[in-house]
Design a binder for this molecule. Structure first.
Ligand SMILES: *Cc1c(COP(=O)(O)O)cnc(C)c1O
Length: 392
């Protein structure tokens, strides 16, 4: 029996993740596999922790990589903070924040939801109302909600509010860290996690996470053990600190890839990188609107720069359009999730994807496809508008 060799194409990845992987990260992936207790690997782990602190903008000691994708970060954050019978408040406004109540319940927590209409950010008054109704141990929310394209602002104010009510604030930055302004310490956020394959520009497989002082204290004060053995920070921590106690085999090659991805971010400079993502989003939004397409998130201030939800225009075929983008242009975007299935496209401008050539390629490719389907699209106006921002 023989099997065909696999030969994946190099796609232009402009969906909700994974994003385009830079050549230097691929090279790091090819480096030799060393043992997970090799002294050279410990040095790599230390360097990764140092760079993660730069990207999270934190001094938090407990900052490391979870061996798993973004969801493992969500699971780790919730499982370590919550015990049976404790209260969790989730700001639920999309598919990803919609997963938090379920995970919270599996940790034994009592969950209350602040329901946010899709396409909107959470209002501070609503979170305050929930906290006043009944105290909670944890308030959880998503910074960049990839299913709707909304970015939650006012995090420093929300953190202050949570702390005033004795709650910890847990934030998902899977789709935003490394592509938008996020300041763990300055905003006083207690637990933050992300994922490797979105704005950090590394293949999927590891999830950065950081715990602040209050969160560490909460873990130390637990009466019961963390419900998940694999994601128990009291165990995983001792592999990443100077104790170097074996817990599970560190994903050595993925850690190397993350090391190089983070090095690229530090070299570019976090603020320059955030500015690049913001500018590419502005160019894309201007181009799409000038072309005659509509964005799902009405309030420009609530749009997430790294992921835009574009409404499928009247008369356009959702599946055919995405299929043609992939087959003719080698370009991947995401379809709508949940309530937006068939109604919106999710276009990511993350990491290497957030470059002028990708913005212009997407706009010109989709304009051609939509025109062929009889949609009223002004491709020239779109390219001009995007170009004006790019060249500004
Ligand atoms: C992608 C994503 C996740 C899930 O990450 P996986 O890597 O697919 O496990 C969680 N939250 C947000 C906001 C995401 O965009």
């Amino acid at each position: 029996m023989s099997y065909l060799e696999i030969d994946p194409p190099s796609r232009v990845l402009m969906g909700p993740g994974p994003s385009i992987v830079p050549p230097r990260v691929y090279r790091a992936l090819m480096m030799p596999t060393v043992g997970h207790m090799d002294p050279t690997y410990f040095k790599t782990m230390d360097a990764v922790q140092g760079m993660l602190r730069e990207v999270f903008i934190t001094k938090n000691e407990l900052t490391l990589l979870i061996s798993g994708t973004g969801m493992s970060g969500m699971e780790t954050a919730l499982a370590n903070l919550l015990e049976c019978g404790e209260e969790l408040i989730v700001c639920n406004g999309g598919v990803f924040s919609g997963r938090m109540p379920e995970i919270g319940r599996r940790c034994g927590a009592t969950v209350r939801e602040v329901k946010i209409p899709w396409g909107r950010a959470a209002q501070i008054e609503e979170i305050e109302k929930a906290l006043k109704e009944k105290p909670a141990k944890v308030v959880a929310l998503v910074h960049g909600e990839t299913s709707t394209g909304v970015m939650q602002g006012n995090l420093a104010v929300i953190a202050k509010l949570c702390h005033a009510h004795g709650a910890l604030l847990l934030v998902d930055t899977v789709a935003s860290l490394g592509g938008t302004d996020f300041q763990t310490d300055a905003w006083d956020i207690d637990v933050v996690y992300s994922g490797s394959q979105k704005c950090l520009g590394v293949p999927p497989g590891v999830a950065p996470i950081t715990f602040g002082k209050r969160a560490e204290e909460a873990i130390a004060k637990r009466k019961s053990k963390v419900q998940s053995w694999y994601f128990d920070m009291t165990l995983v921590r001792d592999y990443w600190n100077e104790k170097r106690v074996y817990h599970h085999t560190g994903p050595v090659n993925m850690t190397n890839a993350m090391h190089e991805g983070l090095r690229l971010i530090v070299e570019e400079g976090l603020s320059a990188r955030v500015a690049r993502h913001a500018k590419m989003a502005r160019a894309f939004h201007a181009g799409a609107e000038a072309m005659g397409m509509k964005l799902f998130v009405q309030n420009p201030a609530e749009r997430c720069p790294t992921l835009t939800t574009v409404l499928v225009p009247d008369g356009a075929d959702d599946v055919l359009t995405r299929k043609t983008l992939l087959e003719q242009h080698n370009l991947e975007i995401g379809g709508g999730l949940g309530d937006l299935k068939g109604k919106a496209w999710r276009v990511g401008l993350m990491g290497e994807g957030a470059r002028p050539n990708n913005v212009l390629l997407f706009l010109s490719a989709i304009a051609g496809i939509l025109k062929k389907q009889g949609c009223k699209i002004d491709s020239g106006a779109g390219i001009d508008a995007a170009g004006a921002v790019i060249n500004s």
